[in-house]
Design a protein around this ligand. Sequence first.
Ligand code: MN
Length: 239
Amino acid sequence: MTDARIHDVVTAPPVQRVPVRGGGRFPVRRIYCVGRNFADHAREMGATAPASKAERGTPVFFMKPADAIVTGEAVPYPSATSDLHHEVELVVAIGADAPAGVLPVAQAQALVFGYTVGLDLTRRDLQAAAKAKGLPWDTAKGFDHSAPIGELVPAADAGPLGARQLELRVNGEVRQHAPLSDLIWDVPEILHELSKLYALRAGDLVFMGTPAGVAALQPGDRFEATLEGIATLRGTIQA
Ligand code: MN
């Protein structure tokens, strides 16, 4: 029941929505991100990559605000950095609330609505400074317009992910390229691990981590990210 005496004191912020292939839109609740989920990228960042599944430990998680999503072609170059990096990633969309408690790996796939490709844009200079001081990554990762994302493709239309290739081209040149079979933690495993920490809900997105080849983007750069056979994201970095 609405109480007419209670009113919003500012305009309610809009919900970000991602277009879905075949129709409809996916409203975004939260954006979870996985760090160090490809061994070659962990090594290029100076971290140790696990030698086997048994040595994986626990995944690295961080978040971006839901309104960091960009669905158009124009991505503004952010403030406060001179080293904006691209990280091409598989993005998983959660289509149903998880049951209470820890989500078993075998039940995780049932929560997946669909997939697309996205960029986990990173102020690498701020991240390096934060890492050096043991400080949080928020200003390096969770800034405005830091999550350009493609059209969502329902899982039933996408088919199995298998060893599909994740690729990023900048101005036509391949910067990042790896098969999803290189993921240290696959999608059901990541959802299982996330459910130990958070209640997964319909509307959540998960950026699954990036392979090697991260590098700087400059104003004017054109990027094209692809999740082989499923989704493509094109855009331009604006001055
Ligand atoms: Mn990333």
